[in-house]
Design a protein around this ligand. Sequence first.
Ligand code: BG6
Length: 485
Amino acid sequence: MNNGFPDNFLWGGATAASQVEGGYDQGGKGLDTQDCKPQYFNLTSKEKNDWKYKQMTSEKYELAKTVKGIANYPFRFGSQEYTHFKEDIALFAEMGMKIYRLSISWARIYPNGDDEEPNQEGLQYYHNVFDECHKYGIKIFVTILHYAVPVHLVDAYGGWKNRKLIDLYVKYAKTLFENFKDDVDYWLPFNEINAGRFNPYNGVALIKDREPNYDLAVYQSLHHQFVANAKVVKLAHEMIPGSKIGCMIARFCHYPATCDPADQLTWLHDEQYTNWFYTDVMARGAYPKYMQRYFDEHHIQIQMEPEDADLLKNYTVDFISFSYYFTQVSTASDDWAKTDGNLVIANKNPYLKSSEWGWQMDPTGLRITLNELYDRYQKPLFVAENGLGAHDTVENGKIHDPYRSEYLLSHAKAMKEAIKDGVDLFGYTWWGIIDLVSCGSIEMCKRYGMIYVDADDEGHGTFNRLKKDSFYTYQNLIATNGSEL
Ligand code: BG6
């Protein structure tokens, strides 16, 4: 039996360019889809999380493109890592982080997405970031696409439903491999690829009111991402021998509400349609049979090219990563109580406590998830995101956040148990290691960081950094490699 975390376990932190960088129009960066997501500051917290305010519409999108400046577009200011990266990476090093998961902004490298030549200033920015990480011996895990797509690709091509996006994306990835092959330790083509289904604007750059056949557009777009994923796996292995390239989903762990067979069947379908489908394609290399039945019953006919099946089969991923925040209940009943959660609205579990944003916290579910994934695929696993969004209060220059430390330690303990169960888990990156703009609720006050950023929802503040109490909890967890858990 393994006793716990291996010596070389990769403890780290994660961010995404659109949420942390800011500098949305600096260094030659083009406008992207996240820069266009508005926030309405006069809404209550509940309203902000209501889908009707969060859903991207053509009207909101077209308006955003005409507005200059940060106005009510929080992704445009982020946490200003674009100008603070040296200070941030020094703090990551002080914490003891072994790995930093960050994303590259497509629109910083190809401002329109289909430009002939890459933007040298954008490439230089990431060279500088990577050099800074190397200075402290911090390894690098790059997400090639974390939701933010250059707006020109929506306007001229209609987003990922257009097959031409595959080649444009592969060209972008090739540029990254050429430039950063000696810098990056782990590559990830797509953040939470299943977002294409649960949030198509984020995942596949679709605007719902423009799609007469929305479901088909979603699955067609996902197919293009699967093919792009396979092509990029192939390219990485050819261009960077020995490179490690993985996949990622937002992993939604479900429990059947009761032992009623109807609930069990709902649970099976929930697991298949929200989780397994994606990892089955990218790790096993083919569309699973259960999806064919789903597509037939929902009249979804995906256009596939003859070479696609071979690409999927021959270029599967080296490792599987996932985000894990909460668990939910599967039930055949229509009137089960719901959470206020904003990644997805979930069925309530009476045995779990929820975060202030209605996410049901469940460390045991992480152990279960790790076991299920490893059992099915037998590939190394990486927890790419896990964290707690909460309001924090600054008192005399200190932030006491025992809730965040508790969340961290309970999930770390669950990972340790999974490793003892025999799971091959090689890393963990806390989301977001530094406060950043929340992706779902588009606000700064939903803070995940162990490093505080002095900025409010509207971007007012000094943007100074402060260490929270949880900073020291994680520092000790890393230094002791989980042996005190
Ligand atoms: C994941 C995303 O879904 O959840 C991140 O990859 C996101 O981008 C994180 O920030 C937490 O969600 P939220 O909505 O609280 O920011």
